[in-house]
Design a binder for this molecule. Structure first.
Ligand code: ARG
Ligand code: GLU
Length: 688
């Protein structure tokens, strides 16, 4: 052991990772980071950032709908988040006459703010380490199953006690470091959240899929909401009598802008990262899973795109599906690019060694299970997510009531082309049954009696005949259901699911169960290692603080990207009538007049976006970007393409988060949306 440790130290000298920028820290543990943060430029104390008992910056950060982050910018509960986070709400309120997605929406007064049933925001009251409570009766000798049962018991008990003591809050306990530690999150949920404003999509979604995950970027990805509460100020469902929630400490908004090297922070709710996986596991994801995912989606998206380009109706019907499928597709490509450019796998290997970790057991287990895991991913991508008719079958098979099924089926057909689906499945099935298998003969394929891979017969039944199916659905649900259950697509899809559950799933489950203990020990190695002080738990949708610097970057040899974009660059991308790069006439006019109000840079340009080296992930969308004094300078919405690998390994050389400059947000609200009253609600600060 001692020898190993010395070896590790010797190695350390040559391979110390660059830690600056890396990390998404639990706010209640920031005390330990305070001096480091101050050295990097922070002008506040750890308690200014997070304090369970007194006012702190955390009071201005909310978990938006459970999937994004938002920030409070006025005493009257005004909230900023991303356009893509508010998208559903904006879409729901849009119609052909009031097309808010296209033209934007600005409530002229509070009466015009629009309720959104189901949408909520959570304020974090406090967080704490409850490891000793949760693991009270857990011993090292325990089997994984016994451990799980013990943990579940103490979690349930503790939550019940807390709820009893104060029923007004929400409580959850989450594992970190694969169950080495547990944290408690106490929050308060407000469920009357109203839409206040949104820019036109030509600002909020400018560049759409082409620019997604890319830099230089010119997207004004923001929208505006307001939290309402009962007249007494407590959380309440929508009621016309509700009033804007009074917030004691909204974030202040800075007009100072950023320059290279400036200290920045992002405060929000990143969803999922995997920084402590054995290098061999990441290698499997990068070299086996990602190529499979990428290839299937390339075929799917390519088929959709070819039809969307020539048929406007298909374009509308498939726009949203395309965007969400393309978001992950493009990210996987970026992850692999970044890994390659930074020698990521090699460096993970080195870091593992430097920590004295030799995860032989985990390597062996993965090697054994790899074909199974890849086979499952193929099933997921081809027969699960990628096959639309298959999703209809899943709807039919769901345990919902007839009314719910009917509504879901209607929604499904609204945006569906059987012909396009058939063409796409041909391409993806071809890959599944032939090409993927040719590359990796260890893959497990469905046997012939489950599905032989022939596609055309699956589109001969009622489910693939939209009009006929809908007519019968409305006139005689039972008959429709009976026919649906005889549909060739139904039969094949059902057999494929059963095959998946019996041939693949048990192996996948036993892989994760059998490796749980070893994975925990492996992670413990990092926590005991010489870099222990730099460890931070993987993202798990809890509140985190990341810090970094405003920095340019160079994604590959000969390419240099600056840290800020401007409206001139936005206009340079303008393609009249294009669905991704059109520009709103109001923006064109304001640009022509250089009407930038108080928001221009010293050189007369209007800033749009900027990048910095904060460690962020999915879920950080809408997060406040803060300066050294905790004032709002931007809204986080993306990462640069090659930097998306930071979910496995952060590398300061190319990992950058992308934010819309708050001055562009204010300009859009005031000048494009003509809603200066919203800006007037905020506390703007100018000067250092
Ligand atoms: N890439 C960003 C994220 O992961 C933005 C996604 C929304 N934009 C889009 N073009 N699909 O959420
Ligand atoms: N766009 C992402 C989101 O919706 C944030 C970008 C990222 O993954 O870093 O959360």
């Amino acid at each position: 052991m001692k020898k190993l440790f010395l070896g590790a130290l010797a190695l350390m000298g040559s391979v110390v990772p660059t830690w600056a920028g890396e990390g998404m820290w639990l706010p209640f543990l920031l005390q330990a980071r305070e001096s480091e943060l101050k050295k990097s430029g922070l002008r506040l104390t750890a308690r200014d950032l997070y304090d369970a008992n007194q006012a702190s910056l955390k009071d201005g950060v909310v978990h938006f709908g459970g999937f994004c982050t938002g920030e409070v910018v006025s005493h009257q509960g005004l909230i900023l988040t991303n356009h893509h986070c508010g998208y559903d709400a904006i879409q729901t309120h849009s119609s052909l006459e009031n097309d808010y997605l296209t033209h934007g929406f600005w409530a002229k007064n509070q009466k015009e703010e629009k309720p959104n049933p189901g949408l909520f925001v959570d304020f974090i009251k406090r967080m704490e380490d409850v490891t000793s409570v949760v693991l009270k009766n857990v011993t090292f000798q325990m089997s994984e199953a016994d451990r799980e049962a013990e943990v579940a018991k103490s979690v349930t008990n503790h939550l019940a006690e807390l709820k009893k003591a104060n029923p007004n809050y929400l409580y959850s306990i989450k594992p970190i470091y694969y169950g080495l530690q547990y944290i408690l999150i106490v929050s308060q949920r407000y469920s009357d959240v109203r839409l206040v404003g949104a820019p036109p999509s030509s600002i909020g979604k400018f560049g759409s899929d082409t620019d997604n995950w890319m830099w230089p970027r010119h997207t004004g990805d923001f929208s505006v909401f307001r939290v309402y509460a009962s007249p007494s100020g407590s959380p309440a469902d929508y009621d016309a009598k509700n009033i804007p929630l009074y917030v004691q400490n909204p974030l202040k908004v800075s007009l100072n802008g950023v320059k290279e090297g400036d200290f920045t922070m992002v405060y929000g709710f990143p969803g999922r990262t995997e920084e402590y996986l054995p290098a061999s596991w990441v290698q499997h994801a990068v070299e086996e899973l990602n190529p499979v995912r990428i290839e299937v989606r390339k075929r799917l998206l390519g088929t959709w795109d070819s039809a969307m380009r020539v048929d406007p109706a298909i374009k509308i019907a498939y726009a949203s599906k395309y965007a969400s499928s393309a978001n992950a597709y493009k990210k996987w490509i970026g992850v692999n690019l970044g890994m390659e450019r930074t020698d990521g796998l090699q460096k993970l290997e080195e870091r593992q060694k430097a920590n004295g970790a030799a995860p032989d057991e985990l390597n062996a287990a993965l090697k054994n299970a790899a074909p199974l895991l890849t086979s499952r991913e193929l099933w997921v991508e081809v027969a699960g997510r990628g096959w639309e008719l298959g999703q209809l079958v899943t709807l039919v098979n769901s345990k919902d009531s007839p009314e719910q099924i009917k509504q879901a089926v209607r929604d499904f057909y609204k945006d569906y082309s059987p012909e396009l689906d058939r063409r796409a499945l041909k391409k993806t099935a071809q890959y599944w049954f032939n090409e993927a298998y040719r590359v990796n003969t260890a893959l497990i394929l469905p046997p012939n009696n489950v599905w032989d891979g022939s596609v055309d017969p699956l589109y001969t039944g009622i489910l693939a005949q939209t009009e006929k199916s809908l007519a019968l659905l409305e006139s005689n649900f039972d008959k429709w259901l009976a026919e649906a259950k005889q549909d060739p697509a139904f039969l094949v899809c059902t057999r494929l699911s059963e095959w998946q559950s019996s041939a693949l799933l048990p192996g996948v489950r036993s892989f994760s169960k059998s490796t749980a203990t070893a994975l925990r020990l492996h992670t413990n190695g990092f926590l005991q290692g010489s870099n222990a002080a730099r460890m931070y738990p993987d993202a798990n949708s809890t509140l985190r603080l990341a810090s970094g610097k405003v920095l340019p970057y160079s994604p590959s040899d000969g390419m240099e990207y600056g840290y800020q974009t401007t409206l001139d660059g936005y206009m340079a991308k303008y393609i009249p009538g294009d669905y991704e790069f059109d520009v709103d006439p109001r923006v064109r006019a304001l640009h022509a007049d250089r009407n930038y109000g108080a928001y221009a840079l010293p050189n007369g340009q209007l800033p749009v976006c900027f990048i910095a080296s904060n460690h962020t992930s999915g879920g950080n969308s809408g997060s406040p970007a803060l300066d050294a004094k905790g004032r709002l300078i931007g809204i986080n919405f993306d990462r640069v393409w090659e930097g998306t690998m930071s979910d496995y390994r952060f590398d300061e050389s190319i990992c950058r988060n992308v934010m819309v400059d708050i001055r562009f947000v204010l300009w859009t609200i005031e000048k494009v949306g003509e809603a200066p009253h919203l800006v007037a609600e905020m506390t703007l600060v100018k000067g250092r």
